[in-house]
Design a protein around this ligand. Sequence first.
Ligand code: Z5A
Length: 207
Amino acid sequence: MKGIFITLEGGEGAGKTTQIPFIKAYFENKGLEVLTLREPGGTPCCEQIRAVLKEKRDDDVLCDEAELLLMYASRAQLTKTVIKPALAKGKVIVCDRYDLSTLAYQGAGRGIKESTIKSVRQAAIGDFAPDLTLLFDVDVKLGMARAGKRGVMDRIESSGNAFFERVRAGFLRYAKEDPEHIKVIDASLSPDEISAKIKCVLDGIYE
Ligand code: Z5A
């Protein structure tokens, strides 16, 4: 048995998390078991790494290289102990962010070289990759306005609009390079309209 590994990607406030119940129900209606995860996070250790990554502190500012390595520490753990075993049991995994976020945030956003990211990735997860990535694309200001409604911003959310413009451009560049695996969804639409777009993509592949 081989499951299906789907990842959701996009900038701040793109509406990924909002669509998870829809995607879960889509596959459950086909009689498949669905596991939903998030990155960084997803296991007790990975949630601790997530807390370090999100915490904003002035006494020990996290450097870009440490940020990159912590993202991959979380990913290595989640992939080996949760994702691969679940796929081997035939489950569908829906993961809120995964490897493309690193290329967009740490690569395009922070400016770490792609070759550096790929060598760390090789050590962490080898050639393992999602079957499908849904990229939720939304104007940075609109996404920030949605996310801003939550109140206080964490360390990464405080990176500024120019950073998030680079992240968005990075995501779109990678989608253009790999249209077979990365499907761009217009995330400026209403939640129901976005669900309909997702259904179209999923029907095209899994119907
Ligand atoms: N990160 C990284 O740098 N490198 C990596 O490798 C990985 C991650 C894996 C994780 O934070 C942070 O880690 C993230 C990237 C970085 N940081 N940033 N910034 P997170 O998991 O806490 O944050 P997130 O993934 O960015 O979540 P988010 O901002 O909540 O985005 P979302 O899940 O796409 O949005 P949402 O929660 O579904 O919706 C946000 C709000 O908009 C909410 O009030 C909704 O009710 C509303 N919403 C949702 N959809 C719509 C539509 N269609 N219209 C109007 N309003 C909507």
